[in-house]
Design a protein around this ligand. Structure first.
Ligand code: AHG
Ligand code: MN
Ligand code: MN
Length: 341
């Protein structure tokens, strides 16, 4: 075998389009609609990537003076990303309805004949936009339950984590990567801007079973549940590294590749957790499980947490299997000790 044969045999370097097509061909009854939808997301990601790269040069940084449904100040790029994804998904024609962090209600695309719905955090890590630190996009795709040809109802978005057919994120970092799963493993693609293509760069991602990185906002330490404080003490005793960017996508991606654990527990400010179940926690939980890791809300498997409303918040503990299991063990021990008192 020549060097050339070896590189051709390797999937690394395959374009995202070809990769999607090859996977579609592996399923004899696939209609190609999900494939097209994933391509539409990739197109929007390229456009948002271009907008983000202009930050500081044109007037896209800072707040717009409005708040979203969660009462958070909307940044200009939050809205630019929101509009770009809405437009790409509407024009693509494969999505009947969208739930976005930036809109209180379902956005009807007008494509009532489409078979999918999408939940999206168009721009994750807003506090990092103005300071040139990594930010991202998180998305989750469901097959609608309601009849094709009708308007999508709320219930199509409240199917629960296990009903996701695909989920992914885009990280606009030192380079731009798109990572996604359709329930058959996790693959990552790096954007080559001069060619305008995503290329497979992280095939079949598996998170290390163990890690030595922990990620949490230490400013909330006084509010941490006891099991988490105890586990963090263990991490310090073991001289683990503390790494927290404040962009969930960035923190998640690093821990996915290197091994680690990320927490956002309930705090006094956000007693139900800060992160949103539908378009932050569920998709990342789907990805981590597909990569061999675990995700919980501190009480149960995250994917099984019941969802009642679109912008519901949840606590999150996500990462390497052995690390999440250790937190679960400490939590159980504490509960047993309390019950025995
Ligand atoms: P968003 O920018 O989409 O509102 O998400 C922000 C989230 C998440 O990205 C990050 O991990 C977390 O908020 C950081 O919160 P703290 O600043 O409270 O640590
Ligand atoms: Mn977010
Ligand atoms: Mn956001």
């Amino acid at each position: 075998m020549t060097f050339l044969d070896e590189t051709i045999a390797l999937p690394v370097g395959v374009t995202l389009d070809r990769f999607i097509k090859r996977n579609q061909d592996a399923f004899p009854f696939a209609t190609g609609e999900l494939s097209q939808l994933l391509r539409d997301i990739a197109i929007a990601a390229k456009i948002v990537n271009r907008e983000i790269n202009k930050a500081g040069l044109v007037d896209v940084t800072g707040a717009i003076g409005t708040s979203n449904v969660q009462g958070e100040m909307q940044q200009k790029l939050d809205m630019i990303a929101h509009i770009r994804f809405m437009r790409a998904l509407r024009n693509g024609g494969e999505v009947a309805g969208i739930v976005s962090e930036e809109e209180e209600n379902i956005v009807m695309t007008g494509n009532d004949d489409a078979r999918y719905v999408v939940a999206i955090d168009p721009l994750d890590g807003s506090s990092n936009i103005d300071v040139n630190v990594s930010i991202g996009t998180i998305f989750s795709i469901y097959r609608r339950l309601s009849p094709v040809g009708t308007k999508v109802p709320l219930d199509d978005f409240l199917q629960g984590g296990d009903a996701q057919v695909a989920a992914g994120y885009v990280l606009y970092g030192s380079s731009t990567v798109l990572v996604y799963t359709t329930g058959h493993g996790v693959n990552g693609f790096t954007y080559e801007s001069s060619l305008g293509e995503f290329f497979l760069s992280y095939p079949t991602i598996k998170i290390p079973e163990d890690g030595s990185i922990y990620s949490i906002n230490d400013g909330n330490a006084l509010d941490f549940p006891e099991p988490i404080s105890d586990y963090l003490d263990t991490c310090r005793t073991r001289r683990y590294s503390s790494r927290y960017i404040g962009s969930l996508v960035g923190d998640f991606h690093r821990n996915l590749l290197k091994g680690g654990i990320y927490f956002y527990p309930p705090t006094a400010k956000t007693p139900n957790g800060k992160l949103r179940l539908l378009y932050e926690c569920y998709p990342l939980a789907f990805i981590i499980e597909q990569a061999g890791g675990l995700a919980t809300d501190g009480k149960q498997r995250l994917m099984e947490v019941k969802i009642k409303n679109l912008h519901q918040r949840s606590a999150l503990c996500i990462g390497s299997t052995n690390m999440v299991k250790e937190v679960e063990k400490i939590t159980l021990q504490k509960a047993e000790m309390l019950a025995a008192k």
